[in-house]
Design a protein. Structure first.
Length: 130
């Protein structure tokens, strides 16, 4: 997979998130979704750039282009998370998890805490003995 497809700036990420949320969209639909009518020209230019990078696919329908995610969120998640780990956590998964948990500690429901605890216990039980 093309690594450039996952290197996104803030505005690019916002536009890609809009397209994922909409499933597929024209520039007008992205503008409406983002509530940024003054941004039409820049959004159109960024959508075309994202299609060239392979982040989005583009098909012509009448006088407009319709953009859609080139890969599923699940397929995009791993390279995006790898980039996040390298950039902000020196490649340390535990540092990243602890940072996310610390950041969310007041927002986690008891069910979410149970889910996290169960996953940790399951993983600990799957470790080969030393």
């Amino acid at each position: 997979m093309n690594g450039e497809r996952y290197k996104l700036g803030g505005r690019e990420r916002e536009i890609v998130d809009a397209v994922y949320a909409l499933g597929s969209a024209t520039a007008n639909e992205v503008v409406e979704y983002l509530g940024d009518p003054e941004g039409y020209d820049s959004i159109r230019i960024i959508l075309a750039k994202l299609a060239r990078k392979g982040t989005l696919s583009r098909t012509r329908e009448g006088r407009s282009y319709v953009y859609a995610p080139a890969v599923s969120r699940e397929a995009a998640r791993k390279p995006a998370m790898s980039h996040l780990l390298r950039t902000f956590f020196a490649g340390s998964t535990s540092r990243a998890v602890l940072a996310f948990l610390d950041m969310s500690r007041h927002d986690l429901s008891p069910d979410e805490l149970d889910e996290i605890g169960a996953w940790i216990e399951e993983q600990a039980g799957n470790k080969p003995e030393r």
